[in-house]
Design a protein around this ligand. Sequence first.
Ligand SMILES: Nc1ncnc2c1ncn2[C@@H]1O[C@H](COP(=O)(O)OP(=O)(O)O)[C@@H](O)[C@H]1O
Ligand SMILES: [Mg+2]
Length: 366
Amino acid sequence: MGAEVRTENITKSFGRQNIWQNVTLTIPPGEVSLMVGPSGTGKSVFLKCLIGLLMPEQGHIYIDGTDITTCSNKELYEIRKLFGVLFQDGALFGSMDLFDNVAFPLREHTKKNESEIKRIVMEKLELVGLLGAENKLPGEISGGMRKRAGLARALVLDPQIILVDEPDSGLDPVRTTYISQLFLDINAQIDATFLIVSHNINLARTVPDNIGMLFRRNLVMFGPREVLLTSDEPVVKQFLNGRMIGPIGMSEEKDEAQMAQEQAMVEAGHHAGGVEEVEGIVPQMKAAPGMPPRQAIKRRQDRVREIMHTLPHAAQVAIQNDLDSSAEDDDDRTEVLPAYEGSGGSHRGYDDGGYDEGVTTPHKHL
Ligand SMILES: Nc1ncnc2c1ncn2[C@@H]1O[C@H](COP(=O)(O)OP(=O)(O)O)[C@@H](O)[C@H]1O
Ligand SMILES: [Mg+2]
């Protein structure tokens, strides 16, 4: 199973510009997590902090139990080997063919001989569907292929944690779904911890086990996918539906006057953008047929069962429905189980704010 990533109250600024503050979360090992947030909210900065390329001014980051904000450079070097990182543009060397690009980390960081390197490179290229393209230069292939080559390179050192920055950038919606499928398939095969950052709504709705959101220098929430996808937070609803109406503005957050003006526009019949309101949860994508089952699914079910009582009611109902339907799959029963009726509306924890066993809701009122 992949390694755990945990941040404790981290704050990052550049000079006088604060990017985000007091971010506390635990990324469950072996599961696929996603961080969303409008452009410029510091998602890439967050990833860079996790691999120790940037250092937060405050707080701690524990990777597989080691605090990388206080460890030695030698320890940090070792910790970095746990990561595979897929940067936004694939970050391939333009003058090297795909084989040499994917082989690069093996030649840099290991003493493996060329026949071992060849075996590993070909295995990873096969995993991402690029067998046969090994002699192509990055400039000769499509953006989607470049991303898959970047992913193959991120996999060669057998990472326990895979960080992915904006996998959909430059890709059409179909290619974005293909690469998302690949993440789930790879998760099924190697059980690594995934953290993807993206502002892609489809990806958020269908791919991850857990979702977090950065907005206005804060982590709005982080927890099981059902929490964010059923959230009534205006900023979350606006984001998930791609609308102009809501707290997120053109460049930064809006003021009250602008929000009122826009609301009046919509009431007068102006289209707020986005598509029709999508409510609730669509099913999560699965690993492709022929893949081993994702071990993350069972682990997550057990984990979520434990914290369920701390979650908001709508999320509890969605989780229970999911548990019921997967129990049906297991038993191969055809009867429909009765819908979960909740706990009479009493749910503790969520409204208290604060960090509560895996769900972070520190800034409820946006
Ligand atoms: N190395 C840096 N030095 C100074 N400012 C930076 C640096 N990296 C990022 N920033 C600033 O941090 C903010 C968040 O950037 P980023 O993490 O790239 O946002 P996102 O990935 O969410 O779109 C931006 O305002 C950006 O200009
Ligand atoms: Mg970014």
